[in-house]
Design a protein around this ligand. Sequence first.
Ligand code: OGA
Ligand code: NI
Length: 337
Amino acid sequence: MASQLLSAAGNHISLPESYVRPESQRPRLRDVINDTNIPIIDLGSPDKQQIVAQVADACRSLGFFQVVNHGVTVDSMQKMMGVASEFFHLPPEEKAKYYSDDTTKKMRLSTSFNIRKESVRNWRDYLRLHCYPLEELVPGWPSNPASFKEVVSAYCREVRRLGFRLLGAISLSLELEEDYLEKMLGEQEQHMAVNYYPKCPDPELTYGLPAHTDPNVLTILLQDPNVAGLQVLKDGRWMAVRPLPNALVVNVADQLQALSNGRYRSVRHRAVVNSDKERISVASFLCPGNSVVISPPEKLVGGDGCRAMYRSYTYEQYYDKFWSRALDEHCLDFFKR
Ligand code: OGA
Ligand code: NI
């Protein structure tokens, strides 16, 4: 029901019981590391080898990095954030038209993560869009705000180009042919989650998104340059990512961990909320074609007695598993050999 949207209600004075985490699962914001930066990779650098080395480093260690000079225009990023904000501030009856909890829908507005499966709510509303092929999907997108379709599709095109460029660098960093991943991943789907985290009356008791890994191959996140919220697990401690204006945050997702046979890490991350400012982020997910079999290249298996960590599966099988659960376990663990 659309009335469950956080953005349908006015200001919240206290946190409803259904959002309160048990003591042991709370974010403990005081323990978060605030003063470190995640690696920044300048994709405009003429030194391609250095870029590949930096990508390898980041994917092996933190699983997260930021890119600058990435080819997505500032204009496009600003318009995307603008239209996202306008969307979530539409009147409730307008947003209600787009509401659905059915995780198989290619366009839907929902709340929390997966309200059919979870026991505690998350302080988030989100608009989820399938974005490839655009010509087929755009007609089903919201037509309010009036510029939505045009702005979001332009952003999607630019992000897709960046994603493929990153997959090239990642392939090289695994000593594979530059087009290896792009080829093996087939006709890649692209999904988007436009996340809206309203001001929260009690950020210590709840999450925007609890710890999770992303089910796809690679995620590219655009976030509000003025409001922090993304945190990444590093050596057992949560580290806050300081937003860097005009940068995009990239993370290794589950399929890249599987395809690299565990060399690259799909690291747990979460979004916390705050009581002063709402926050918007736009996550773009590159996803393998549904029927693509996920299995690491020969080169990354064998040798040194190292065998495939995960059994082979199709992305469709993985994706079904992902949405059949709450967010608390690492979905890849279900596919261990
Ligand atoms: C996601 C995600 C983080 C954020 O949408 O998968 O991790 O900062 N978002 O919104
Ligand atoms: Ni995520």
